[in-house]
Design a protein around this ligand. Structure first.
Ligand SMILES: CCCC/C=C/CC(=O)SCCNC(=O)CCNC(=O)[C@H](O)C(C)(C)COP(=O)(O)OP(=O)(O)OC[C@H]1O[C@@H](n2cnc3c(N)ncnc32)[C@H](O)[C@@H]1OP(=O)(O)O
Length: 396
């Protein structure tokens, strides 16, 4: 029956060429009820048919069949059609449902239809509001898990077998998820990683996918994407919090300077090995890091590639607070749940006030860093370092 039900749903959807809910629109079927005595009931019936089109949740095939049967009974009376063949699954299921109503009077069928739609409308409304406390998963992403709960949208990098390295597709997904989070009804947004790493930064294999225009075109496209990616962080309107569950490398470290708070496990490390890779800083770190930690400490990280422990990063102001790994998740999420209950507008406006004066500067820095990197990617230093990693001759 599950197979028939599936086909039934697909068939009805296809025939309507619209969303599953719109299979209920029955546009070609008109009511031919007449007489003033029936007027009110007919209005209710027509309203119910319109309500069906607005249902937010697909009620399932069993209910769809019931609605179909009641509709036919209400408009045509008892089933008088020849029984479809045994292999005509869909029409047979519909015929069976209608025939099962026997000699139910039209008025009763109409009333039952109205009652059924009314019960569906109220349950669809309550389920669309979401169950309190339920972790509601949102749009599907290939490399992210995005959920909303307790006023917090959580964007989790989800390529644990690649240490959450950020592929080209993942850059796009992160931008989409941040844009969606900026408009949803959550009060704060959290970025974190699945598995032992927060993220190992740019996926070095991104540079192996060369378009027809060659490496120059690849560098150009990458610079545009990088600039858009970092702009999304600069413009993010709500409190943006990083929950750094493990080591962070490259762009996943530099962008931390654009977050409003950074909580780290004591297992996390912070590493920007740009010189080792023949690269230069991005994510506005050339501006934010010297501001946060002073130029000398920023030089150690951004030019000499010094890896910081979580406690060192905290001492230098890049990390807000460090937690023991054993209690990290519990402590951080308890705190974030409390913060998420603070007044939403007040938090947004405070962020605007804090960041406004820097925004223009940050966009200019981002544009400059992206353009410098566009040339770096074409350098021998960078190409050799990337090839060494990909051919397994080097690791950080
Ligand atoms: C277009 C915008 C560009 C913006 C530019 C940003 C600059 C940066 O982000 S620079 C930073 C780039 N990242 C790296 O250089 C890290 C490279 N990875 C490593 O050195 C090591 O993998 C590691 C130290 C992160 C982890 O080492 P570990 O021994 O624990 O694990 P592995 O066996 O090496 O990793 C598992 C698996 O994942 C692959 N992988 C990990 N990180 C990356 C990465 N960044 N890019 C591509 N692939 C990565 C690794 O190769 C392993 O794959 P295999 O199982 O197939 O060997």
């Amino acid at each position: 029956m599950a197979g028939v039900a599936g086909r039934l749903a697909r068939n009805w959807c296809r025939s309507a060429v619209l969303s599953p809910l719109q299979v209920f629109s029955f546009p070609s079927l008109q009511l031919h009820l007449s007489g003033t005595a029936m007027r009110a009931s007919q209005d209710d019936f027509e309203n119910a048919m319109n309500q069906v089109k607005l249902l937010k949740k697909d009620p399932g095939n069993e209910v769809k069949l019931k609605l179909y049967a009641l509709y036919k009974q209400a408009t045509e009376g008892p089933c008088n059609m020849p029984k479809p063949g045994v292999f005509d699954f869909i029409n047979k299921a519909k015929w069976d449902a209608w025939n099962a109503l026997g000699s139910l009077p039209k008025e009763t069928a109409r009333q039952n239809y109205v009652d059924l739609v009314s019960s569906l409308s109220s349950s669809s409304e309550s389920s669309s509001q979401g169950k309190p406390g339920a972790d509601r998963e949102q749009q599907e992403y290939e490399n992210l898990v995005v959920t909303s709960e307790d006023g917090i949208t959580k964007i989790m990098f989800n390529r644990p077998t690649r240490k959450n390295a950020i592929s080209t597709q993942m850059y796009q997904e992160i931008m989409l998820a941040l844009k969606a989070a900026s408009k949803d009804d959550s009060t704060i947004t959290v970025v974190t990683g699945n598995g032992d790493y927060y993220s190992s930064g740019n996926d070095l294999a991104n540079f192996t996918d060369i378009p027809p225009g060659g490496v120059e075109e690849k560098a150009k496209q990458s610079a545009i994407m990088l600039r858009d990616f970092v702009d999304t962080f600069i413009d993010f309107p709500k409190p943006l919090i990083a929950v750094v569950n493990g080591p962070a490398v490259g762009i996943s470290v530099t962008t931390l300077g654009l977050f409003d708070a950074v909580y780290a496990s004591d297992k996390a490390t912070f590493h920007t090995p740009f010189s080792h890779l023949g690269l230069s800083p991005e994510g506005c770190a050339s501006y934010t890091f010297p501001k946060i930690m002073g130029p000398a400490k920023a030089t150690e990280m951004l030019i000499f590639g010094k890896k910081l422990t979580a406690r060192e990063a905290c001492a230098q102001g890049l990390v807000t607070e460090v937690f023991p790994d054993s209690t990290f998740q519990k402590e951080v999420w308890t705190r974030l749940k409390a913060y998420s209950k603070l007044p939403q507008n007040s938090m947004r406006i405070s962020k605007q006030v804090i960041r406004k004066i820097e925004k223009e500067k940050l966009h200019a820095v981002n544009a400059e860093e992206s353009s410098v990197l566009q040339k770096r990617w074409l350098s021998d230093e960078c190409m050799n370092a990337t090839m060494n990693f990909l051919s397994k001759r080097s690791k950080l």
